[in-house]
Design a protein around this ligand. Structure first.
Ligand SMILES: *Cc1c(COP(=O)(O)O)cnc(C)c1O
Length: 458
């Protein structure tokens, strides 16, 4: 019997996160005056300890002991050899995945939620506001806040609020409070509802609401938290790839190809960045972020300065963007319905260090079925996008007769997405293709913004 799982003991958990800002150069975020944002400007939004982490260029950052302690409830996550998938595809490729579905909320998201709740608590914060798309982030942050006795308020994108009632229930179980976004509770929400009362909502709108709720809170003890995109979120997720590296070392193996789905970029960054470090230092690895064809940020949008949210509360971030007012079509992978992309992931794409791919919703679900029926775990719809690329690469390896080693991130399970699977079975899911005109229209919002430089880090 070949080994399916490569374990690490709790003692072998990485004790430091890897900070990619030590290895790449970036355009700075810009404030309303067009100048680089200084940390004090962000102080009403985030606690200062996280702001310091956001701008740090130290390569290795210690993971605080209380954070490790809570992560060890489910970490280190197993590195799994997908033997049944290899058999199903009859491929010579060796396929491995990090199983991030084993966390209590069922995804990679608590890796940063726990760290963020910890730093907020350390800073004396009593309440955190946030947005959520499919509900994965809202439930992860509710779970993390419960661990530290912090209040959690979640603005959930309307379409998911209606489609995924049980994510709301999870938030309630962990003590989080969830409302549909756009809501009437904020100016940002009311403005959108006035123009379009039937809007499905978007992450961009929900982020605006959560930021507004944090900065207008009169206690001074409320801050905002973002589940993806920002540098410190990518940092916290690197524990995934760092564990994978140690696990590969144990079996004397190293990946040729790394794959992760990309919404805001965090689970992709988590598995890929520690290997990007090796690639920058000469290793040959193909690294693929995979996004939905209906929200094609890295593959079709331009690299620009744009806001991270619809109401333009965030600084201008250097990233690939479809425009901050873009409302993605209502495809079933809420976590991938974001108009922008993490600046760090964007910079790596600009430099050609990673190679973005896009897949359609139906191809994603088709691949998800292959994985569910071979490896058993029912994948999150977001994960399905990575899986379509995995299946593709495994088939290519077969055609070429090459024993490639593929590593991908199983970012979460789909046990609360079964309604979407039912729709897939009854042929109610369809593909959305954005037209050139639609994209040009949504991209008008940043026409007059400053343009980022095309920096080469080396
Ligand atoms: C949120 C989510 C994603 C997308 O977010 P990233 O920041 O791009 O990782 C992907 N998969 C799952 C399961 C998610 O919950």
């Amino acid at each position: 019997m070949e080994a399916r799982k490569i374990f690490l003991s709790e003692d072998e958990m990485p004790r430091q996160w890897y900070n990619i800002l030590a290895d790449i150069k970036m355009n700075p975020p810009l404030g309303p005056d067009g100048n680089p944002v200084t940390p004090d400007k962000l102080a009403p939004v985030f606690p200062m300890n996280l702001i310091e982490q956001e701008v740090s260029t130290e390569r290795w950052i210690d993971i605080p002991e209380p954070v490790l302690d809570i992560l060890s409830m489910w970490r280190p996550s197993p590195l799994v050899r997908a033997l049944s998938l290899e058999k199903a595809l009859d491929t010579p490729a060796k396929i491995y995945f990090k199983n991030e579905s084993v966390s209590p909320p069922g995804s990679h998201k608590p890796n940063t939620a726990v760290a963020q709740a910890y730093y907020n608590k350390e800073f004396g914060i009593e309440k955190i506001t946030t947005e959520t798309g499919a509900g994965q982030w809202g439930s992860a942050l509710s779970f993390a806040c419960a661990q530290f006795g912090i209040e959690c308020k979640v603005y959930m994108v309307r379409i998911s609020f209606d489609q995924k009632p049980y994510r709301k229930s999870m938030m309630s179980v962990w003590g989080g409070k969830c409302v549909a976004s756009p809501s009437t509770e904020t100016k940002a929400g009311r403005d959108v509802l006035e123009k379009d009362p039937n809007t499905p909502g978007s992450l961009g709108i929900a982020i605006s609401e959560a930021i507004e709720a944090a900065v207008t809170d009169e206690t001074g003890k409320t801050r905002y938290s973002l589940g993806s995109v920002l540098n410190h979120v990518m940092l916290h997720q690197t524990i995934v790839g760092l564990e994978a590296k140690k696990q590969f070392e144990k079996i004397g193996e190293y990946p040729d190809i790394i794959i992760g789905c990309a919404g805001g970029g965090s689970n992709f960054a988590g598995i890929a960045f520690p290997f990007v470090h090796d690639k920058i230092n000469g290793k040959e690895i193909e690294i693929y972020p995979v996004e939905p064809a209906a929200c094609p940020t890295l593959t079709k949008a331009p690299f620009v300065y744009d806001h991270g949210d619809t109401a333009k509360y965030t600084p201008l971030l250097p990233m690939y963007s479809l425009g901050h007012a873009f409302v993605p079509p209502p495809f079933h992978a809420g976590g991938l319905r974001y108009h922008g992309m993490a600046p760090t992931v964007s910079q790596l794409a600009v430099e050609g260090i990673i190679t973005p791919k896009a897949v359609t919703q139906l191809d994603a679900y088709k691949a998800g079925m292959i994985l569910a029926r071979s490896e058993g775990i029912i994948p999150a719809p977001e994960t399905n996008h990575a899986l379509a690329c995995v299946v593709d690469e495994a088939r290519k390896a077969k055609e070429e007769g090459r024993e490639k080693v593929i590593l991908f991130n199983w970012s979460g399970h789909g046990l609360l997405d079964l309604m979407a699977y039912d729709k897939y079975f009854s042929n109610e899911l369809k593909d959305f293709e954005l037209t050139e005109e639609e994209m040009l229209e949504s991209e008008k919002v940043f026409e007059n913004y400053p343009k980022p430089e095309l920096i080469k880090s080396r």
